[in-house]
Design a protein around this ligand. Sequence first.
Ligand SMILES: Cc1ncc(COP(=O)(O)O)c(C=O)c1O
Length: 413
Amino acid sequence: MQKTLIQSECRLALNPQYESHSLYPREAEKVLNADGFGRAKQSISQWPGYAPTPLLELSALARELDVASLCYKDESSRFDLGSFKPLGGAYAVASLLQKQIGQRQGGRKPDISELLAGKHRHTAIDITVTAATDGNHGRSVAWGARLFGCRCIIFIHETVTNAREHAIADYGAEVIRTPGTFDDAVRKAAETARAQGWHVIPDTSDGTAIEAPRNVMQGYTLMAAEAIEQLPANRAPTHLFLQAGVGGMAAAACAQFWQTFSEHTPAIVLVEPQTAGCWFDSLSAGHPTAVAGSLKSIMAGLACGEVSYLAWQILRTGATAMMTISDTVAEKSMRLLADQRRVDPPVVAGESGVAGLAGLIEAASDQQCRIMLGLDEQSRVLVFGTEGATDPESYHKIVGRPPHEVASGRHKL
Ligand SMILES: Cc1ncc(COP(=O)(O)O)c(C=O)c1O
């Protein structure tokens, strides 16, 4: 069986560490587990505006791709922030504040409802959280800090767009732009936090700090759990195509499906930008391997050169295959989803949010890829549309119409 396929717009490889999904392994259980999921769900479901996001069936596209079904979990309406990210960043902020307030007041951890009611604002205001971000994570940490009443400083790197910077500042956070890549901003945030006594809420982990990035990922598992409940006739998909930056989102989805479906867990295909294939390289090598270079891609949320240590504990054996795709492929998929002449309802999806679907479209359209992934007319595929138009200007440029126009046509067909 062929193990690697290289084409101009995409690369596909099977993960040499993957055998089959049997029991959820112990090293993964230490990171994400049922107790952690219960706590995340209990907290997040009490936040104002919480509602499961819709699971859309894209039947016409499924027919075109010659698969049995295609479901798209649309995260564009999540807490009005435009992406799935508040599930993670804001949940980690809430958990940190509960712990810190408990310690500072010398007593029990306050309940999330007390935090939401502002009962501990006088203590929370003295606590500063910080994060490095390519946009969405910082926005979610800033939103969480405002919701729960603490201070927030966010680090962004050179190429983060002004629109993304302003979207973070709108939630009252101070934003600091630093030279270099996302990974450089991660290091800068950690150093500054150490010097200033701030609390870092990273969405990635190098294995030294565990608690906050684990809570970020545990929050994301709620997105996968909602999808599982919403699946038509509760039938497990056969394939998940999951976009990966540092891998937190993909690991969370993989873990939730693995814990639920055990040996019937779907094949997990990771999708990354061509310029930032750190999962592709790491899984191919069998150990975390950093990608050098500018990592530049329109898929800003996925432009990461290093895998997260915590996500690695799950995806090392949980990922079935990995793909990289070009920016052109992502743009094409954004336009396809927005096209109102199609039979499926138009969907507004941002550059990073569409990557899983874009990977599927490339793979399903190529006979060798189909064989490698076991994709056929019986396959039931699920993808996560992890963001809407989080940068409306950039969306407009790529799609040719502003996001509100695309969205307003959504129910017309
Ligand atoms: C919209 C979107 N999708 C997917 C991801 C990837 O998540 P992770 O870095 O946890 O792999 C990100 C990360 O920022 C994102 O913003």
